[in-house]
Ligand binder design. Structure first.
Ligand code: BGC
Length: 351
């Protein structure tokens, strides 16, 4: 079978090659890959800035955002041949730490977790893959190709779940206004979930051309472009930061409303510095009971919440998030970043 792989640490070593069929060790569900989504993490792995091959191997099969159709499912697995599924990315660490032992691998405490297509475990970017049923999530067949959004949506389902937990520290917490920074797929899914909760949602993005302003407006959210400092008076109850850009982060952590919650989801590269008034930040954060927290990855409950949120969403809007779909034969194009891209999908099978 064909698979897309890289040699982690070696820039531009990505290629499509013949690989052996997936081994039984990966799980008893055999899945035919329909599509994989491409995100910034894949591009970083290709640029040799991230990613690790499985122990003892040189190459890593890419692909952590998956959509597939079940080809083989053993009795009692909870799945049937023909089901649409998405694979979970993270696997618990082998120690295991107490988070992983409790199924909360997204909260792994010792960093020894593995991630399919990212860290020490082959991804889903092969014509067929195997997965254990507890790491597969059923996707509503009505979603079709949009089911490939399950993994990015799971990251936001977790962010929202944690925002709710944190907000619950005060019995009178009632969020009203949300600021999402970044109108990429992650930001747009964060905004969509905010709207599904009936909240007033504002999305800030660098530019105001291309498909993003329309996508924001069509879920009833407000689009802002230009300088983040112009939003000084917005005072959001909840901020979900999805750019990973230093100046945006420095601004949003100092601009939330009283008892505001700021969730950071972008993984920045680091290595740059900018002036920051720590004392003023501390004073404001303390006097207003603000919370700033980071959120990464997702556990099974978050994937299930994501699958539900996608099933409830407007399918026409979701399909506009997939701005480009590239057939496997032209796979190189899928990893090129283009102006106006929202989510790029590599299609293994026509859907
Ligand atoms: C993935 C997460 C993963 C993170 C860190 C993101 O792109 O969506 O599942 O945990 O990268 O490797």
């Amino acid at each position: 079978m064909r698979a897309i792989s890289v040699e982690p640490g070696k820039a531009n070593s990505v290629s499509l090659d013949e690989w052996p069929e997936p081994g039984a060790r990966d799980g008893t569900l055999l899945v035919q890959t329909l599509a994989i989504g491409v995100c910034g993490t894949d591009r970083e792995i290709i640029a040799a800035k991230y990613g690790t091959a499985p122990p003892g191997e040189q190459r890593l099969i890419l692909g952590h955002e998956s959509l597939g159709r079940v080809l083989e499912a053993p009795e009692g697995s909870g799945f049937r041949v023909g089901d649409l599924v998405a694979g979970i990315v993270r696997r618990p660490d082998p120690v295991p730490c107490r988070a992983c032992a409790g199924g909360q691998w997204d909260m792994c405490r010792n960093g020894l977790y593995t991630e399919r297509g990212i860290k020490e475990r082959h991804g889903y970017g092969s014509e067929r893959f195997r997965v254990r049923s507890e790491f597969a999530v059923r996707v509503d067949p009505a979603l079709g190709l949009c089911g490939v959004l399950t993994e990015p949506a799971s990251v936001l389902a977790k962010a929202w779940a944690h925002i709710d937990h944190i907000g619950g520290r005060s019995p009178t917490w009632r969020p009203h206004r949300v600021l999402v920074t970044g109108a990429g797929p992650v930001g747009l899914l964060a905004a969509m979930m905010g709207r599904q909760r009936g909240l007033e949602v504002h999305v800030f993005d660098r530019n105001d051309t291309g498909p993003k302003p329309g996508l924001v407006a069509d879920i009833g959210a407000h689009h802002h472009a230009g300088d983040i400092r112009d939003l000084e008076d917005l005072a959001p109850d909840v901020t979900i930061e999805c750019t990973g850009a230093d100046p945006v982060i420095a601004e949003v952590v100092q601009r939330s409303g009283a008892d505001g919650i700021v969730c950071l989801t972008g993984i920045s590269s680091g290595g740059r510095t900018l002036p920051f008034d720590v004392g003023a930040f501390n004073r404001r954060t303390v006097l207003r009971n603000d919370v700033i927290f980071g959120s990464v990855n997702a556990n099974r409950a978050h994937y299930e919440a994501a699958a539900e949120a996608l099933a409830r969403a407007d399918k026409a809007w979701l399909s506009r998030l997939i701005s480009r779909r590239t057939p496997l034969e032209r796979w190189v194009e899928a990893y090129e970043g283009r102006e106006d891209d929202v989510k790029v999908v590599l299609a293994f099978e026509p859907l």
